[in-house]
Design a protein around this ligand. Structure first.
Ligand SMILES: Nc1nc2c(ncn2[C@@H]2O[C@H](COP(=O)(O)OP(=O)(O)O)[C@@H](O)[C@H]2O)c(=O)[nH]1
Ligand SMILES: [Mg+2]
Length: 395
């Protein structure tokens, strides 16, 4: 029986529509490493894919000297350090569990928690229950947290409006600005840290994946390191338009503070993302991602850094822009410190959403070797580790 042409056309259209509908339902979801990701992936080989062991140099392993309490005579003046809110208790417990399991149960370094309001009894009880090490709970003095007197509130409100229009995250959240300023130039001035030299910064909800069997603080001390990082990222240039111009003013005022073996070339790179360098007026925006930091506070306490922080603080960009502690610390390290004193802790498996450092090592569990992000494919563009690797001759 012949079927009229319009009916045939209608039938054909229905079949096509049905196929399209089924495809929409069952099409493969784009994964970070799936279709489309390759155009965002760095062209360079990722050193995380190479087999990774312990760093070269002097290493100190766990011993009876690391027993909890006063018997622990092998520990140096160092602490695990977390700025955290009472409401973030669950995330803090999770991060503690990971770090205690992979490292601190062998060394029992104390934890120091900081807050701008007093810690609750529940926070204290539950965090102490996660570790054999001592926990300290410290209130930040008002003069370290409050918006400084020279910040004009009208100008602040006006500036945050503009930053918001430019999609700068957290721009209108005063506490975020306060947090960035405190992490940049105030935490190490807290009286509770007066006798402490090294710290390992830990945020709630971060993950640690790899067993680390040596004392990382002793590693820093015995191998002459100032700063250790895991991940390098580009910053949003809109959050720091005058940070580099202010830094240039500082350099002109204090040429004596610039280290002869500095990382100026790394800071000012414009080969990979020239648009970022342009919008940030000369700074690549590449920084050590500071939610992970293992560092020597004597550097922050030194005159060159004190002068740099005071210069920036007076310029007002912690409030009128949204300068983060990550670019501030990174620029300072790049200018004022010997580049050989910055260490990539490639062996510490780490995640702060949405980025990873995941080495190729049998000591790691729970992360995929070499994976940089589990978020959208475009996040690969934020990876600026190749800049550092190239700069220090690893890439
Ligand atoms: N006590 C306290 N901690 C804060 C405050 N704001 C941020 N933090 C902590 O500062 C760190 C960075 O904040 P977070 O929200 O993770 O910022 P992000 O990582 O840049 O998204 C985390 O450890 C937070 O717990 C605050 O107002 N009070
Ligand atoms: Mg965070």
């Amino acid at each position: 029986m012949a079927i009229a042409r319009p009916v045939r056309a209608l039938g054909f259209t229905a079949v096509v529509l049905w196929c399209f509908f089924v495809w929409q339902l069952f099409k493969p979801i784009a994964t970070p490493m799936g279709p489309g990701a390759s155009s965002f992936l760095p062209k360079e080989r990722d050193p995380n894919l190479d087999p990774t062991g312990e760093p070269e140099g002097v290493l100190t392993y766990a011993s009876e000297g690391y027993a909890p309490g006063p018997e622990g005579t092998a520990r140096i003046d160092a602490t695990l350090l977390a700025l955290v809110r009472n409401e973030e208790l669950d995330g803090m417990l999770q991060a503690m569990r990971d770090l205690e399991r992979t490292w601190n149960n062998k060394f029992n370094y104390p934890w120091t928690f900081f807050n701008d309001v007093p810690f609750s009894d529940e926070f204290k009880k539950k965090t102490q229950a996660e570790t054999k090490a001592e926990c300290r709970y410290e209130l930040i003095p008002k003069e370290h947290w409050d918006v400084p007197s020279w910040i004009n509130n009208d100008l602040f409100l006006e500036s945050t409006k503009i930053l918001k229009e430019q999609q700068v995250q957290y721009a209108d959240k005063v506490s975020y600005h306060q947090m960035c300023r405190w992490n940049s130039g105030l935490f190490y001035k807290h009286p509770a840290l007066a006798n402490t030299q090294y710290y390992w910064r830990v945020e709630p909800n971060v993950h640690f994946f790899c067993d680390v069997d040596y004392d990382v603080f002793r590693y820093m001390q015995d191998n002459n390191k100032t700063y250790g990082f895991t991940i390098n990222l580009y910053d949003s240039p809109e959050s720091i338009p005058t940070l580099w111009p202010e830094t240039e003013k500082f350099i002109a005022e204090h040429p004596e503070h610039i280290h002869e073996n500095n990382a100026m070339k790394w800071l000012t790179d414009k080969t990979r993302r020239p648009d970022h360098n342009e919008k940030a007026n000369g700074y690549s925006t590449c920084h050590f991602w500071s939610n992970f930091e293992i560092a020597d506070m004597n550097f922050w306490r030194s005159k060159p850094y004190e002068d740099y922080f005071n210069h920036l603080d007076r310029a007002g960009g912690f409030y009128y822009e949204r300068w983060g502690d990550a670019p501030v610390h990174s620029i300072a390290l790049g200018l004022l410190e010997d580049k050989n004193r910055v260490h990539w802790f490639r062996d510490i498996g780490y995640q702060h959403i949405p980025f990873f450092n995941c080495p190729n090592s049998p000591k790691c569990k729970g992360c995929e070797t070499g994976r940089f992000t589990d978020g959208e494919a475009w996040l690969h563009r934020e990876d600026c580790r190749p800049n550092w690797f190239k700069f220090v001759g690893m890439g």
